[in-house]
Ligand binder design. Structure first.
Ligand SMILES: [Zn+2]
Ligand SMILES: [Zn+2]
Length: 272
């Protein structure tokens, strides 16, 4: 019986890991490849919005992909915590028709919580004691691409993901988790991540100073973090960087310099 139970238990774990790898890898591949294809298709119209003069090489992208794949394996192991909590009944999940209001509130709360966690974890990773071992891998990408979304050392991958099951546990025990809230949270997370590393600034002039949009981070915000690591630790919002005085003093200026560039006029049109 013990033999049967342990075999069954192992099969559940193997199945959970396989499922987690599939989910994480599909999510990453759709987002990173999707962004690469969309930006390539739009390149004629957005080339002047490329933030850096430097271009990432194919070798850079391949390195970012390999590192991201390793991260996905770590994420999948950490995801076992969520599955274990779910199997144990600690993570109440709502059944039946989705309740839109609860779902929206849960997504907003999780995004705000994740942003706070990321800011403080990221600042910690920049401490001398941790940087080399945990975070230097991510900063090898001086000219990041969307493939760098998960380009972390294994230790950083643990720091990045360990909070998610804890957050699910907190949120689901206040009101049972709406499954779609998890789906939207994870979709938003990877979408913002690949856009933040894309290297192209598609927001408009005035975006960073406007009270309507200035609280959102832009691609320039994170791109500056990759070139000048001392500032801009935030993920989704500018809140923590502004409160803690870690926003790059040249952020607005650099952003406006990129979005203020004019598109190259095709020669045939220029000649008219
Ligand atoms: Zn980054
Ligand atoms: Zn960093």
């Amino acid at each position: 019986m013990d033999q049967f139970l342990s075999t069954e238990f192992l099969l559940v774990i193997v199945n959970d890991i396989r499922w987690a790898v599939q989910i994480e890898f599909t999510r990453y591949l759709i987002a990173a490849a999707g962004a690469t294809i969309v930006y390539a298709l739009l390149s004629r119209w957005i080339e002047h919005r490329r933030i850096q003069r430097n271009r990432a090489t194919l070798a850079d992208r391949w390195r970012e992909f390999r590192r991201s794949f390793e991260t996905i394996l770590v994420f999948s192991l950490v995801n076992l915590l969520s599955f274990a909590m779910f199997h144990a009944g600690w993570l109440p999940v709502a059944r039946g028709t989705p309740v839109l209001s609860i779902m929206i509130v849960q997504v907003i709360v999780m995004v705000i919580m994740h942003d706070a966690w990321f800011y403080w974890m990221h600042r910690a990773l920049h401490l001398k004691a941790l940087f080399r071992r945990a975070h230097a891998t991510h900063h090898v990408s001086r000219t990041p691409t969307s493939w760098a979304a998960y380009s972390f050392a294994p230790i950083e991958a643990v720091f990045e993901s360990i909070y998610v099951p804890i957050m699910f546990l907190i949120v689901a025990n206040i009101v049972p988790m709406q499954p779609w809230a998890i789906f939207i949270f994870l979709g938003h997370q990877i979408a913002r991540n690949v856009i933040g590393h894309s290297g192209y600034e598609l927001a408009w002039s005035g975006f960073t100073r406007s009270p309507w949009t200035g609280w959102l981070t832009t691609t320039t915000h994170h791109d500056l973090h990759h070139t000048e690591g001392r500032y801009n630790f935030g993920l989704y919002f500018t809140f923590w960087d502004r409160v803690m005085g870690t926003e790059n003093p040249k952020y607005h200026e650099r952003f406006e310099a990129v979005v203020g560039r004019r598109a190259a006029v095709p020669e045939a049109v220029a000649a008219v």
